[in-house]
Design a protein around this ligand. Structure first.
Ligand code: NAD
Ligand code: DAU
Length: 336
């Protein structure tokens, strides 16, 4: 049995990754490690314990002793999803972003080095490259030029990962993925926010002129790419991950409106996000040629399935929007 430490496992991508890893890798034991911030939701991991290869640890990646305790158990790999992940929140206040994304990553790196962890995967983002003009794509050698406190904290973590590989020989890899969408995404991010607002007959706030471009990938494709990098990625390397589905926010908004049978009158044009990156686009040629990964889910199908998931899982997002989901942990495990 291979034991994998998955930090940030109760969030959107972490939970989808754990679900997929348990289903597709019958010889893996998963330790899901999460501080359960506002973005962590134990309902995302509900039922996993029944397979006997899953356990949940409620702890913070900045807590050196807690990280040391789990890594003392001959962990085969660490995959770090734990982060503050929402750009708008980082503009309101950057302290939590620096603490978790930078300091937390450093704690994980230090303890992984001390315990001789054979694989460390840092889940990073294309936002570290900053913003593109109308042409070109981000490659792994594009310069780091983060524009938000969130992306600056992720870029800082990437530099620490690189340094631990160079200085200490830690077998670490970095992945940089574009915008994810799919089930269990916290409804502050644009796709679930717009879907759930429309389901409640509420308006949807479109920033600026709506012409910013994002390169969308279904979360399951991202998770499969992460499995490929964990198993076949080369230490010290960076792998970009993307599905080549560029869309302006306006086109995305129209697609969501259409899927829910609503019209443009639901759009509220609101003030732009400061330093709003104009365009992201990923060149995923390296992971495709070197690791044989390519995306499987086309955007139209993926969006249709995602809209259906939010329609069918109303209780999940309603309990988040009402704040009730915070009580789930107490019901399951007693007061925090
Ligand atoms: P999320 O906000 O949904 O989940 C983050 C999880 O980390 C939550 O469960 C939260 O409780 C946990 N966490 C936060 N601080 C912690 C701490 N100090 N200790 C332990 N756990 C902590 O985020 P997500 O969208 O699932 O993103 C996961 C990772 O993927 C992040 O590192 C993010 O930068 C990266 N990423 C996200 C996207 C995207 O489109 N969502 C794209 C590329 C990369
Ligand atoms: O590119 C990867 C990144 O994608 C990840 O690293 C981040 O963790 C993730 O949050 C996401 O960042 P974005 O800022 O691109 O995602 P968000 O969903 O916040 O916004 C997507 C686009 O939609 C962006 O151009 C801003 C716009 N937007 C967003 C919100 C929340 C709106 O127009 N209205 C909104 O209400």
């Amino acid at each position: 049995m291979k034991t994998l430490l998955v930090t940030g496992a109760a969030g959107f991508i972490g939970a989808n990754f754990v679900r997929r890893a348990l289903a597709q890798r019958p010889d893996w034991h998963i330790i899901a490690f999460d501080a359960l911030t506002y973005a962590g939701n134990l309902e995302n991991l509900a039922g996993f314990e029944e397979c006997g290869r899953f356990e949940f640890v409620h702890a913070d990646i900045c807590d050196d002793a807690a990280v040391a305790e789990v890594l003392a158990r001959s962990v085969w790999g660490v995959i770090n999803f734990a982060a503050e992940s929402h750009v708008d929140r980082s503009i309101q206040g950057a302290a939590d972003f620096v603490r978790t994304n930078v300091l937390g990553t450093q704690v994980l790196l230090d303890q992984s080095r001390r315990h001789g962890v054979p694989k460390f995967l840092q889940v990073s983002t294309d936002e570290v490259y900053g913003s593109l003009g109308p042409v070109g794509k981000f490659t792994e050698t594009s310069p780091l030029a983060p524009n938000s406190p969130y992306s600056a904290s992720k870029a800082s973590a990437d530099l620490l990962v690189r340094a631990y590989h160079e200085t200490h020989g830690l077998p670490a890899v970095i992945t940089r993925c574009s915008n994810n969408y799919g089930p269990y995404q916290f409804p502050e991010k644009v796709i679930p926010l717009f879907i759930t607002n429309l389901l409640e007959d509420q308006p949807i706030p479109l920033y600026g002129d709506g012409l910013n471009v994002r390169d969308w990938i279904h979360v399951w494709d991202h998770c499969d790419a992460l499995l490929a990098v964990l198993e076949r990625g080369q230490p010290g390397e960076i792998y970009n991950i993307g599905a080549g589905s560029e869309l302006t926010n306006l086109l995305l908004t129209h697609a969501i409106l259409r899927a829910l049978g609503k019209d443009e009158s639901m759009i509220r044009h609101v003030k732009d996000r400061p330093a709003h990156d104009r365009r992201y686009a990923i060149d995923a040629g390296k992971i495709s040629t070197q690791l044989g990964w390519s995306p499987r889910i086309g955007f139209e199908q993926g969006l249709r399935d995602t809209v259906r998931w939010y329609v069918e899982n109303e209780r999940w997002w309603r309990s988040i929007k009402s704040g009730e989901y915070r009580l789930y942990y107490e019901r399951q495990y007693g007061a925090v």
